[in-house]
Design a protein around this ligand. Structure first.
Ligand SMILES: Cc1cc2nc3c(=O)[nH]c(=O)nc-3n(C[C@H](O)[C@H](O)[C@H](O)COP(=O)(O)OP(=O)(O)OC[C@H]3O[C@@H](n4cnc5c(N)ncnc54)[C@H](O)[C@@H]3O)c2cc1C
Length: 533
């Protein structure tokens, strides 16, 4: 058992913990990161899952990572390279047709199903992009910390902030109506209002149910859709790409940037307790009994883990504890990695091509997704699940032996409470679902890793397997994330902060909560002025 002193103790070395550590160390503070696992990165990590085959274990595709964070941490200099998919998405359909989406080709593809939809597409993209721009302006801002009122009071406050007000003003009335729609409606209602043919609605609607364990017709899912389009890759808005080496390449580059600033990253150091004295957070105690004391304690953990397990309830206001016990967290996602002896041959498109680099979505309509959700609610998982498959080895030869491949299967919907004994049956179903569109796929699988929601919780600390550290519903966003009154990254225990995805702007590999939290800490320590934040 050892005892040490530092300025800042960060619990968890997920990407947001690393981002926060970087900015604080850059401002001249001594920072110690305590990470439970033997590797940094949390849900943005690359691991070997079958001898000779490596892949991102949880998050698998990049777009939301904030360009300011990329530039300020100099992630490219630290080895990060993100490449674009050659086709954005590929939807094989049950009737043997397909929709291929990507720059320069989507409209012509949509016209195969509806010329009216193809004509409406540019206007849809322009209007969605205009709202996404407003969201982009909010990402690196601290939400107004309203102790009174509700989210409905909070959003106008946030929208009044200088940079956002300017953008919102430029939207005009049509754009403002779109903002309201996208914040309140279901993805299904929003998309039904735009398009008539199923494949294009399925393509966009998929983003509305990812990680949400909802029907695309559940109000609020239009926001989840929007959340997935505010990103960019290499300056190209709304595009998704692949980090060479997998998502772990992002967090390895972040760790290198931290080490260069003098951050002390300790692996295999699970924190058992936040140390408090006279009601103030003053450090952390690891499971091994090591004590690290600091002037501020910043948690990268899911907020429920922090308050359920690590903080003495006696120092937390009872109302906050009660709210936190009701903080909604649970995704219907089932994540698989498979090692493949050969590329799949889709009935809809037999020959190898750009579609193998795409996000391959098996979910032909919003009705299919609605049924998948309803069935999962009833039976624990859907017999006709939603599967997105990516084959990153088509863009990155560092992941699999020559001639062989790795695929990420990101599947929805299973119950967040899916029993462990059902895992392998569900994994078989996911593979069979792909096999229906690409006969021979099942036979090509030479190794696999299957993680249900409980596995994601055990491995990464994601409560209910929630990929976002808590649902992205409007009562848990902006000034209400994680709880109204604490959206400024300051938790109700003095000296304790939150820097993970349970804070604004929520989940995804963005780096934004980490950067924003660093700003609050620097302000409280009187170091903000020269920090560049
Ligand atoms: C299956 C899946 C797919 C996803 N796909 C994508 C995607 O393609 N693109 C995208 O942008 N986002 C995706 N996401 C979301 C994204 O990965 C997460 O929102 C993001 O990585 C969370 O980062 P974080 O730093 O906030 O928290 P985390 O990554 O959860 O980091 C928290 C860290 O705290 C550590 N920890 C936990 N308990 C303790 C303790 N007691 N002591 C010390 N350390 C502790 C954990 O080990 C972890 O390293 C996906 C997530 C999942 C699960």
């Amino acid at each position: 058992m050892a005892s040490s002193e530092t300025d800042i103790v960060i619990l968890g070395g997920g990407h947001n913990g690393l981002v926060c550590a970087f900015y604080l160390a850059r401002a001249g503070l001594k920072v110690t990161v305590l990470e439970r696992r033997g590797v940094v990165g949390g849900a943005a990590v690359t691991e070997e899952f079958h001898p000779g085959f490596r892949n991102s274990t949880a998050s698998y595709t990049v777009s939301l990572l904030n360009p300011t964070v990329i530039a300020e941490m100099e992630l490219a200099r630290h080895g990060l390279r993100v490449v674009e998919r050659r086709m954005s998405n590929f939807l094989p359909l049950p009737d043997g047709r397909y929709l291929a989406a990507g720059e320069g080709r989507t409209a012509a593809e949509v016209a195969k199903f509806s010329t009216r939809d193809a004509e409406r597409l540019p206007e849809y993209e322009r209007r969605l992009e205009a709202v996404a721009d407003v969201l982009r302006a909010l990402v690196l801002e601290t939400p107004p910390n309203l102790p009174d009122g509700g989210w409905l009071d909070a959003l106008p406050e946030m929208l009044k902030s200088a940079s956002v007000a300017k953008r919102l003003g430029a939207l005009g009335l049509t754009g403002r109506r779109d903002v309201l729609d996208l914040f309140a409606k279901s993805a299904g209602d929003w998309l039904d209002g735009w398009f008539e043919s199923d494949p294009i609605k399925a393509l966009f609607g998929f983003d509305g149910v990812v990680g949400a364990y909802t029907s695309p017709y559940t109000p609020g899912t239009a926001y989840v859709l929007l959340h997935h389009v505010f990103g960019e890759v290499n300056g190209r808005k709304g595009v998704w790409g692949h980090a060479l080496g997998g998502m772990g390449a992002i967090t390895q580059a972040m760790a290198a940037a931290c080490v260069e600033q003098g951050v002390d990253i300790r692996l295999d150091a699970p924190v058992a307790e936040v140390l408090t004295e006279k009601g103030r957070a003053v450090g952390a105690v690891t499971e091994a009994g090591d004590v690290v004391r600091g002037r501020a304690v910043i948690s990268n953990l899911h907020p429920r883990l922090l308050f359920d397990r690590l903080v003495d309830p006696a120092v937390v206001p009872a109302d906050f504890t009660e709210r936190m016990s009701r903080y909604a967290s649970g995704s219907g996602t089932f994540r698989m990695n498979v090692a493949l002896g050969e590329l799949p041959r889709f009935t809809a498109r037999l020959e190898p091509g750009d579609h193998h680099t795409a996000g391959i979505i098996i979910a032909p309509s919003l009705a299919y997704m609605d049924r998948a959700h309803a069935e999962a609610r009833l039976h624990g998982w859907s017999r006709e699940p939603i599967v997105e498959m990516l084959i990153p080895s088509t863009l990155d030869d560092s992941l699999a032996p020559p001639g062989q491949h790795v695929a990420s299967l990101f599947c929805q919907h299973v119950s967040p409470e899916l029993a462990d004994e059902d895992r392998e049956a569900v994994a078989d179903l996911m593979i069979e679902t792909v096999d229906r569109h690409a006969p021979g796929f099942k036979a090509s699988v030479i190794g696999r890793l299957a993680l249900g929601p409980r596995d994601l919780e055990r491995r990464f600390g994601l409560v209910g397997g929630d990929i976002f550290h808590g649902r992205l519903t409007l009562d848990q966003l902006f000034s209400a994330r994680p709880v109204l009154g604490h959206a400024d990254y300051r938790m109700p225990v003095p000296g304790l902060y939150l820097c993970g995805s349970g804070a604004h702007p929520g989940g995804g590999v963005t780096g934004a909560p980490g950067r924003n939290a660093a700003r609050s800490v620097l302000k409280d320590l009187g170091r903000l002025r020269r920090s560049g934040l």
